[in-house]
Design a protein around this ligand. Sequence first.
Ligand code: XMP
Length: 517
Amino acid sequence: MRQHQTILILDFGSQYTQLIARRIREQAVYCEVHPYSVGLDKIRAMGPAGIVLSGGPMSVYEEGAPLISPELFGLGVPILGICYGAQLTAHLLGGKVDSATRREYGRAQVAVIEGVGALAGMAAGDSLAVWMSHGDHVDAIPPGFVHTASSDNCPFAGFADPARRIHCVQFHPEVVHTPRGAEILGNFLFRVCGLAGDWSMASFVDEAIARIRAQVGPEGRVICGLSGGVDSSVAAAILHKAIGDRLTCIFVDNGLLRRGERDQVDAVFRDHFKVDLRVIDATDRFLNALAGVTDPERKRKIIGLEFINVFDAEAKTIANARFLAQGTLYPDVIESVSVRGGPSHVIKSHHNVGGLPERMNLALVEPLRELFKDEVRALGAELGLPRHMLMRQPFPGPGLAVRCLGDLRKERLDVLRAADAIIEEEIRSAGLYESIWQSFGVLLPVRSVGVMGDARTYEETLAVRAVHSRDGMTADWVPLPHDLLGRISSRVINEVRGINRVVYDITSKPPGTIEWE
Ligand code: XMP
């Protein structure tokens, strides 16, 4: 099935495993992440052109440590061991791993001893800035290996068996704090594995279209829920290219959208792509169901349920639909490895349409399930979606409901929509929109006294929130320039009736969450 040369990344539970995958794909090489326990038969069947052993939190000599069969090293496939992956290689091939006298975490300097393989192009004596994160280190390298790099705290920072094409580094080439990391990964990919770099969005489009056509068949119809976000938009665009008018898109206006969102979806999909788009105005239905509800979890549950009801009712009017499209991305597909176990708590019940396919008896089509977010954007650009849509900041499924604290009346939502549009406009004109993960307004049911002209006001409060994040799991508040905050504040108070005070949220996640509800 797979037409590209593939690198297999075996995951031993490192927080950086996905980063390895992204760094490899950035070099136009296709790769997949699988748990370390995937098994030799499956690995043989995949036929990888190279294997990367990731880092991980455990010690190779600890009970229950994640191990692999030493036969892996006899497959004749080039191997790159990173951190735990390097220690594991040493451990399994007759070297020695021990606990380091000093844990090493952070920046370090590594001296090159022999510039071979992954370190090709580097001269003996060169000093490399690298990122280290380890408690153990290799004390003795396996027989037949050469010593390629060392640091003060880690004598065997690099070692390799060039004849068997096995290369190991104790440091992390995948993180930006290792400035020559991309070169080191590139050396492995192109010099050691001899890859061509054949993974491009243009070639992906043709393959994805062929796969969609094969799955859906010559007659099948597909339904796709459009949210206005990047993932569902790109999924719809590629499906449309693959099956044309056998795709029907459903866009539910729940009255909780940002300003202009519905018009934009209409303009792009109906007018430009000529997609069979059904826009359902369900504002009254949602707002009636939400009337008087202020509890955050109840809001979320009601919105999720109403969405499914509305979507289901519309989908039933589409004759012969057997497939439902979903914009699932690769990070959701990767089976996460938790070598130490660990509880995961539901902090907020997220809005998703997970229950839909079973209820509607539809098969899933997931054209983006191999892609990372940045690749989805590149694919969208390839398909002609406007940049404005592709670079839009993430927006939660329950929409403005989780940013409008208290009662969800239409008037209050309109106030928030107007204020939020000003924030977006100002952040965009300051040139910051695309570098910030999310920036938005939150309407608080807190009234305070103000004075405008000569008159007393008694109105609600707008909190401005802007965060930097990589994946939404953790976030830092953004120190927006004071003059920008000033412009947002004065424009909101002057232009939006109903708000007379603006405050700035300086809470990171944790301990806060990004959305207020
Ligand atoms: P929190 O508020 O949990 O948000 O820190 C983390 C990220 O998730 C987004 N978010 C949602 N996305 N459905 C979504 O698709 C939801 O129900 C939902 N709730 C929060 C939020 O905007 C942030 O990017």
